[in-house]
Design a protein. Structure first.
Length: 280
């Protein structure tokens, strides 16, 4: 009798456990269930907000969107099994569009900031656009420690200038030479007018030319990230994992070579340092 009761109790426990597991499979944890997930799973689309006025990352070429971020968005969509729908708009409107639910993710050369990524959810960085030291090929300069007595070119008033001014004041370099923009800095370096320049990494890679060498790591971090709303935990996890896989497989390296490598600047005009100023 005791064995029969034990078997009966076990069967009740077993089926109760099965029922609980089935319910758990049908209901996502609250922190992963949000309106963004529901819309994406219902439509199979990922709405990507971007400003198509910043080549080589996003631009309109003969009526079609093109650039690093455009190709990256498509690669992410393919990884996630989602159709990518681009939502072009002015850069200043991207954040409000994200918060109001007009787009699911911002992928538009958006720079990491502790304030932004503390308020919303940012993926791992996918591109480094910070200030770098550039020298001529064959130069003995291997980093900032080798700049004593050297002339260093900067964009007047730009982020590189902010870095170099204290070097000049402390005697770490011989002289600071200011130019109107990154291209003028790089031209002066190639012509032998300065010994090194500090410019953003995008300008250095697209407009530097084979006679110039970009020294890594960057002097100042300015990483690009994809941004989703704070409530979109489910999408954030999926995007971040997909980015990690693309990086491990060399896809991000291929995109950099295609859009920001040597010669990329001849296809698309590179503007100034908008990304350094547009913080939210």
């Amino acid at each position: 009798m005791k064995t029969r009761n034990s078997n009966f109790e076990f069967r009740i426990f077993f089926w109760a456990l099965v029922l609980l597991l089935l319910l758990a499979a049908l209901v996502l944890p609250p922190w992963l269930d949000d309106d963004v997930r529901r819309r994406i799973t219902a439509t199979g689309t990922l709405r990507v907000g971007l400003d198509p006025a910043y080549p080589p990352f996003e631009n309109t070429v003969q009526g079609e969107l093109a650039g690093y971020d455009v190709d990256l968005a498509r690669a992410l969509g393919a990884r996630l099994g989602l159709e990518v729908v681009f939502v072009p708009m002015a850069y200043d409107g991207l954040y409000d569009a994200l918060i109001s639910g007009q787009v699911d993710v911002i992928l538009s050369s958006y720079p990491y900031s502790a304030e932004l990524c503390g308020r919303e959810r940012c993926t791992r960085p996918y591109f480094q656009a910070g200030q770098v030291l550039v020298v001529r090929a064959g130069s003995p300069i291997g980093g900032p420690a080798d700049l004593a007595g050297r002339t260093v070119g900067v964009e007047w008033g730009g982020p590189g200038d902010v870095l170099v001014r204290p070097w000049a004041a402390s005697g770490q370099i011989g002289r600071r030479a200011a130019f109107m923009g990154p291209q003028e800095c790089l031209d002066a370096l190639a012509a032998g007018e300065v010994d090194a320049v500090v410019v953003d990494r995008i300008s250095a890679l697209t407009a530097g030319g084979p006679a110039l060498v970009v020294l890594e790591p960057p002097l100042h971090d300015e990483a690009f990230v994809a941004v989703v709303a704070a409530r979109a935990a489910w999408l954030h996890r999926r995007l971040d994992r997909a980015l990690g896989r693309l990086q491990a497989e060399g896809v991000l390296e291929e995109l950099e070579a295609r859009w920001v490598g040597e010669g990329a600047g001849s296809r698309l005009q590179v503007p100034g340092c908008r990304f350094l100023l547009a913080q939210h």
